[in-house]
Design a protein around this ligand. Structure first.
Ligand SMILES: Cc1ncc(C[n+]2csc(CCOP(=O)(O)OP(=O)(O)O)c2C)c(N)n1
Length: 543
């Protein structure tokens, strides 16, 4: 897989894809080794990018490490890039460190000292002490880290392997926490990547022609939900000067570049700082703005407490756009956005919606900006379909009945509604008449509709591209229990209690039974089951 995976390599210690945690886990391992005394010759090294470096958890770990004085090496890989160019005051600080005399001129002098390290006493300790004095004297930067209890070394050229390994040898036995600031160039060694590091952070599969030019394998994809969201945000910001939008270092992924260009003072890239972003949005909402927080479902988990306390508890009108909600294909378990229906719907005041197609998405964002409370709207990394036929306007907590069916009903939420409709078409051609409801809202749930289908339909199948635990189907079951209705004829289709491996999104959906044929198969099973157990059939067959 594209992210570290201990099942693939003993050098991958954690399966990890959310930025910023390496210092904490490395410090934890060091502390564990010290307490168990089982791995006394093991060193703890955390490697972190400058994009991930502003994450709050990094400072929680530095604070802890500085206090514990554990032997910990932090290698800061500074390439001046997150996915987009990095932003913020810390990045500017790192830039200032680059222009200090050490990096620009005195490097050779330091190397000379390094080569002459005394062989008696504790050479590393003395060498580091020299560095500390130099930092104090203003000869080198890094005071910020020194003050936190780290020895700061650098910046050094990460592409000079000989020099880099000398430094690593030297700090290997340094007592206490050390930060080695390494400067690199993103895409170094492959000219097209160095020329366009934003695209080449995660390029589509490609080959090269005879001249070496890059040829992408992937065909241009059709309009995605992300495009619809970005265009709608752009349109609504044009019409309302109080609307702002923020991303946590994902301007490219959320396709907000045109919005950034058009509204530089109302677009905010906060860096990889999701919890800050949500609290920041809460502050803007308090000041009378209408902030839109555009963050992937999986990364928004970082800001869970801010969603609760700074937004939902205050009933502030923050709009959450949860991109990449659902299975995301090749990125795998760290990136699937499958928990948000459950984690959002537990909060009082929060509206939880999921569009069935591009029309729904645009209308829901518009609706959300009129609503006087937080609204969460989730959509996957997929082409946005367009449902045929006349559409019902968006109304708070109102489902849209796409077709009634005498044999059973599919209650679907979000981007799987078109697949549910395709399944119903297929079943109809086989003589089974299944209705399809576009639920639109998980919260507030359309309980009238839930009652109607549970009371009148031979079977009910809920369909969601989300964890079954706490998701849409759970919400329907809870509503049924509250209304005293039987759910014996209800089945939930969604993501079971396991992590979904990396694959193509279409393969993942098929494996989970969440494509049209899987939904149709589930309906066939239910129809057969409830036909057998029903004494007097209440449905009619379609010839
Ligand atoms: C918590 C979190 N938010 C957002 C992302 C998306 N993301 C993946 S890599 C990346 C940029 C990382 O930049 P940096 O740490 O400097 O590493 P580089 O790719 O430049 O080596 C971002 C924003 C993520 N992985 N985790």
């Amino acid at each position: 897989m594209g992210y570290p995976n201990p099942a693939e390599s003993q050098y991958d210690l954690f399966m990890t894809g959310h930025a910023g945690c390496s210092l904490s886990t490395a410090l934890g391992m060091k502390s564990g080794d010290d307490l168990t005394a089982g791995q006394s010759d093991r060193r703890a090294v955390a490697v972190i990018g400058d994009g991930a470096f502003p994450s709050g958890i990094v400072y929680e770990a530095m604070n802890n490490a500085g206090g514990l004085r554990k032997q910990l090496l932090v290698i800061l890989n500074d390439n001046q890039m997150s996915i987009c160019p990095r932003v913020g005051g810390l990045g500017e600080y790192l830039d200032r460190l680059r222009v200090n005399s050490f990096y620009t001129g005195l490097k050779s002098e330091v190397l000379r000292i390094l080569n002459k390290m005394p062989v008696v006493g504790d050479p590393v300790e003395r060498w580091l002490a020299q560095f500390k004095e130099a930092v104090k004297a203003g000869l080198h930067g890094g005071m910020l880290f020194e003050q936190l209890g780290f020895r700061y070394l650098g910046p050094i050229d990460g592409h000079n392997i000989g020099q880099l390994s000398k430094y690593l040898q030297m700090v290997k036995d340094a007592p206490g926490p050390v930060l080695l600031h390494v400067v690199t160039q993103k895409g170094h060694g492959f000219q097209p990547a160095a020329a366009d590091p934003v695209y080449f952070h995660t390029p589509a599969p490609f080959t090269r022609d005879d001249e070496g030019a890059v040829l992408a394998f992937q065909k241009a994809s059709s309009r995605a939900y992300t495009d619809v969201a970005s265009e709608t945000v752009h349109r609504l910001m044009t019409g309302n000067p109080r609307v702002t939008v923020m991303t946590a270092a994902m301007c490219q992924g959320t396709k907000l570049e045109p919005v950034r260009a058009a509204f530089p003072d109302r677009f905010f890239d906060t860096g990889i700082c999701e919890s800050h972003t949500v609290a920041f949005a809460a502050g803007q909402a308090k000041a009378g703005l209408r902030p839109i927080v555009d963050i992937y479902s999986t990364f928004l988990q970082r800001s869970y407490d801010q969603i609760f306390q700074e937004v939902a508890l205050q009933k502030l009108p923050v709009v959450f756009l949860l991109d990449r909600a659902g299975v995301v294909g090749a990125d795998g378990p760290t990136h699937h956005g499958v928990f948000d229906l459950g984690y959002m719907r537990v909060f009082p005041n929060m509206v939880v919606a999921a569009p069935a197609d591009e029309w729904d998405l645009a209308a829901m964002i518009e609706f959300a900006l009129q609503h006087d409370a937080p609204v969460s709207i989730r959509y996957p990394k997929a082409s946005a379909e367009k449902l045929a036929g006349e559409r019902a306007p968006i109304g708070l907590g109102q489902a849209e009945v796409l077709q009634w069916g005498a044999d059973g009903t599919i209650l679907a939420i979000g981007a799987l509604v078109p697949a549910a409709r395709a399944a119903a078409e297929q079943l109809r051609s086989e003589g089974l008449d299944v209705g399809v409801v576009n639920a639109r809202f998980v919260k507030p749930l359309d309980t009238d509709m839930v009652r109607q289908v549970l009371e009148s339909s031979p079977f009910v199948l809920t369909v969601e591209e989300a964890a079954l635990a706490g998701g849409f189907g759970s919400a329907v079951c809870e509503a049924a229990a509250d209304m005293g209705l039987s759910t014996a004829h209800l089945t939930r289709l969604g993501i079971p209690d396991r992590y979904v491996e990396h694959a193509e999104r279409s393969e993942q959906l098929a494996d989970l039974g969440l494509d049209a044929s899987g939904i149709a198969a589930a309906c066939r099973r239910l129809a057969a089951r409830f036909e057998r157990t029903r004494s007097t059939p209440t449905h009619r067959r379609v010839s």
